[in-house]
Design a protein around this ligand. Structure first.
Ligand code: ZN
Ligand code: ZN
Length: 245
C-alpha cells in the first residue's frame, strides 16, 4: 500500500459559483504545485465537464476520480464518487432528470460553462445546477448504491447545506462511512460541538471554487490503488488502510 494526497472536492467552470479561471490546465497545475495525487471535479448536480478534466489529468499523470456534488430535496450536499464511468454517467443522467426544472440565470448565478481540454467553450448548461433534486437524502444515497458508487456528506462543519444545518442531527440512516469537512474545519471544536462525529472517518477537501483555494484542504489516503473502492475500504480501516485528514 502507499500514501496518496487527495483533494476530492473541486468545482470546475461548470458550477455557476465556480470561477471562470478554474480551467483544466489551471486546476492541474495547482494540484501538481501542491503535490496532490488524486482529485475529483465535483460540480453541482452535473458531470458534463468530467471527460475534459479527466483527459487533462491523464496527460499530466494525475488521478481524476469521477465525482459529483448532489443537492438533495432537504438542501443537503452529498459528494458521490464512481469507479465505473458508465455507472457514474447513468447516475448523473437520473440526477439531472430529478432536478427541479428551473433555468439558470447567468447574470445572477454565473455561467455554467462546458469546456474542452484547450479551454474552448463547448457550450453552456441551461438548467440551473445550483438547485435541488426531488430525491431525499435517503433516496440519493440509495441511487448512489444502485450505481455502485460511494457517497458522504460534503462539508458537515458548514453552516448551510450540511446535514446538521438542515436537520439538526445526523440520522442513523443512511449509514454513512465518512463525513466530509472543509479546508478550515477545526476538528477539536467540531467534536466538542458534535461528539458523535468522532464515530466517523473524516475526509477533508478544499471545495475550491477559485484557483487559489485548490488543495487548501486535502486528505492522505493509505490504500492499495487510487480507486473509489479502496477509499471506501479505507473509511472502515480494512486491512490497515487509513485516512488522515
Ligand atoms: Zn456544497
Ligand atoms: Zn462544493
Amino acid at each position: 500500500m502507499k500514501w496518496f494526497n487527495a483533494d476530492l472536492h473541486i468545482h470546475s467552470v461548470l458550477s455557476p459559483c465556480g470561477d471562470l479561471g478554474m480551467s483544466p490546465q489551471t486546476i492541474v497545475d495547482k494540484l501538481i504545485e501542491h503535490k496532490i495525487d488524486i482529485f475529483s471535479i465535483t460540480d453541482h448536480n452535473s458531470m458534463k465537464n468530467f471527460d475534459t478534466y479527466y483527459e487533462k489529468a491523464v496527460e499530466n499523470n494525475l488521478i481524476c476520480i469521477m465525482g459529483i456534488e448532489v443537492q438533495t430535496q432537504e438542501e443537503i450536499h452529498l459528494l458521490a464518487f464512481f469507479d465505473s464511468h458508465e455507472d457514474g454517467y447513468a447516475f448523473s443522467r437520473e440526477l439531472y432528470d430529478s432536478l427541479l426544472p428551473i433555468q439558470n440565470d447567468p447574470e445572477f448565478f454565473g455561467d455554467q460553462v462546458i469546456i474542452g481540454v484547450n479551454d474552448e467553450i463547448l457550450g453552456f448548461e441551461e438548467k440551473a445546477l445550483i438547485n435541488s433534486s426531488i430525491w431525499s437524502m435517503d433516496e440519493a444515497y440509495a441511487k448512489v448504491e444502485e450505481f455502485n458508487g460511494f457517497c458522504y456528506p460534503a462539508h458537515e462543519d458548514a453552516s448551510s447545506f450540511s446535514i446538521i444545518a438542515q436537520l439538526g442531527f445526523i440520522p442513523q440512516h443512511p449509514n454513512f462511512q465518512a463525513i466530509g469537512i472543509s479546508a478550515k474545519c477545526n476538528k477539536e471544536k467540531l467534536f466538542t460541538k458534535y461528539p458523535n462525529l468522532k464515530n466517523y472517518t473524516l475526509i477533508r477537501s478544499s471545495d475550491a471554487h477559485y484557483p487559489q483555494d485548490i488543495a487548501s484542504g486535502f486528505s492522505k489516503f493509505f490504500i492499495n490503488e487510487p480507486t473509489v473502492d479502496e477509499i471506501k475500504k479505507a473509511c472502515s480501516g480494512i486491512d490497515g488502510r487509513m485516512i488522515i485528514s
